[in-house]
Design a binder for this molecule. Structure first.
Ligand SMILES: NC(=O)c1ccc[n+]([C@@H]2O[C@H](COP(=O)([O-])OP(=O)(O)OC[C@H]3O[C@@H](n4cnc5c(N)ncnc54)[C@H](OP(=O)(O)O)[C@@H]3O)[C@@H](O)[C@H]2O)c1
Length: 230
């Protein structure tokens, strides 16, 4: 047992989330498939969503571990916790369309608004402050959180990688909701969920991915983050 798995692990105080159903909007993409795979392997019930139900069903069948596929609206409606894993371009439209299905749910936004040019990746500045704040503005009846921004979809999807040794920064306005998301992160071997503030501080967390992409390019890595002394 490493020190990260010991009594200092914040997971000790977190709720039991093993019976919650997790939906993933845009779950046919790299990030969504990767998260679905890791959570389902850990025993979570997972439904991946797509704009096309047949595509979701095909992806789900490939993933295995009991993952189900459905259209995005059904995935949202049938889940307790819904991860938003669509590109920034489609973010506002999908949340606007699913406001009713997402009412009362814990929504976990992992969208990183980024631009790319010859110099590499750079952070965009959403009008609302961040993707997570845009989600909160569009979903007043949901419990919006932000997390899972800094994970490598390559590592998540690589089944030969047993542990993902990284921390997940979890942001939100409501402790009970961020605790659930921290607990979900902690179900994935090697991962911890660390509370990292309210949604008004999501922009820095989303933007940091531009730096991680630079790290990955320079060092040919799939870099993650650790928060020390917690
Ligand atoms: N890739 C990573 O390593 C990583 C890591 C952390 C966070 N993220 C964030 O996670 C999100 C998804 O990343 P990704 O790499 O998985 O992206 P992606 O593969 O390009 O897209 C994910 C899925 O979103 C759906 N989609 C595409 N355009 C859409 C639109 N306009 N409206 C609604 N749905 C749309 C597609 O599914 P259907 O065609 O089946 O509907 C697609 O499979 C991004 O916002 C990214 O910033 C990615």
């Amino acid at each position: 047992m490493t020190s990260l798995d010991s009594a200092t692990n914040p997971a000790h105080e977190l709720p039991d989330v093993s019976q919650l159903v997790v939906g993933v909007l845009g779950g046919t993409g790299d990030q969504g498939r990767g998260l679905a795979l890791r959570l389902a392997k850990a025993g979570q019930q997972v439904i991946i969503g797509s704009r096309d139900a047949a595509r979701a069903e095909a992806s789900a069948a490939e993933l295995g571990f009991g993952v189900r596929g459905a259209d995005n609206a059904t995935a949202a409606r049938e889940s307790d916790v819904v991860i938003v894993a669509v590109p920034w371009d489609g973010h506002a439209a999908i949340l606007t369309a699913l406001r009713e299905e997402l009412a009362g749910k814990i929504v976990v936004d992992c969208v990183n608004p980024l631009g790319f040019d010859k110099q590499g990746a750079y952070a965009l500045k959403p009008e609302e402050g961040s993707a997570a704040q845009q989600a909160a503005a569009l979903l007043p009846d949901s419990r919006v959180t932000a997390a899972f921004h800094h994970l490598s979809a390559v590592l998540l999807q690589d089944e030969s990688v047993e542990r993902i040794d990284t921390d997940v920064m979890v942001l939100g306005e409501e402790r009970a909701a961020t605790d659930v998301v921290q607990a979900l992160a902690a179900r994935i071997p090697g991962m911890r969920g660390i509370f990292a503030g309210r949604l008004r501080n999501a922009h820095q967390v989303e933007s940091l991915v531009a730096n991680l992409i630079s790290v990955n390019r320079r060092y040919k890595a799939h870099a993650g983050l650790r928060v020390t002394d917690v």
